[in-house]
Design a protein. Structure first.
Length: 150
C-alpha cells in the first residue's frame, strides 16, 4: 500500500513542478495552480489547472508525472490539443424561455406508448407506459423543432 506524501516530498515536488514549468511553459508564467499531488504506481502525479477558465465547458489541465525517488519530471500530459477541438464550436445563445413555457409548447406533442416490462419479482411482464416526445424547444428563440432534424 502506498503511503501519503510527506511535507518534504511535497516541497521537492513543488520545486520540480516549478522548474518544469520554467522550461516547458516559459510564456505561461503565473498561469498555473497546483491542485493536487498523489501517488500512482510508484510515481507522484501533480495535477495543475489554469488560474483562469477560458473554455466553455472544460478547463485546461496539466498532469506532471514525477519519479517518487529522484523527484525528476518523467513525463507530462496537457489537454490543450483536445480543448482546441472544442474551440471550433459556436457558443450557445442565451436561454430566453422558461421551463413552463417550453412545457406549454410541447405538452400536446407528448406520446404515451404501451410497453411491457419484465418484473423479476413477479416473474412476469407488466404493462407500463413510455412517455416520449419527438419535439424540443430552442431555448434562445422559443421555436418548436423536430429532434431528428438536429
Amino acid at each position: 500500500m502506498e503511503s501519503n506524501i510527506t511535507t518534504e516530498e511535497q516541497e521537492k515536488c513543488i520545486t520540480s513542478v516549478k522548474d518544469f514549468l520554467r522550461q516547458e511553459y516559459l510564456n505561461e508564467t503565473g498561469k498555473w495552480t497546483l491542485k493536487t499531488l498523489h501517488r500512482d504506481k510508484g510515481y507522484i502525479h501533480a495535477i495543475l489547472r489554469t488560474n483562469k477558465q477560458d473554455n466553455r465547458v472544460f478547463q485546461r489541465k496539466l498532469m506532471i508525472m514525477i519519479d517518487a525517488k529522484s523527484f525528476e519530471v518523467l513525463n507530462y500530459m496537457d489537454n490543450q490539443a483536445m480543448l482546441e477541438i472544442f474551440n471550433q464550436f459556436q457558443a450557445p445563445d442565451k436561454v430566453r424561455i422558461t421551463k413552463e413555457e417550453v412545457y406549454k409548447k410541447v405538452k400536446e406533442r407528448f406520446e404515451l406508448k404501451s410497453y411491457y416490462v419484465y418484473d423479476f419479482e413477479q416473474k412476469q411482464y407488466v404493462l407500463c407506459g413510455k412517455l416520449d416526445c419527438e419535439y424540443g424547444v430552442n431555448g434562445s428563440n422559443g421555436e418548436v423543432i423536430v429532434l431528428n432534424d438536429l
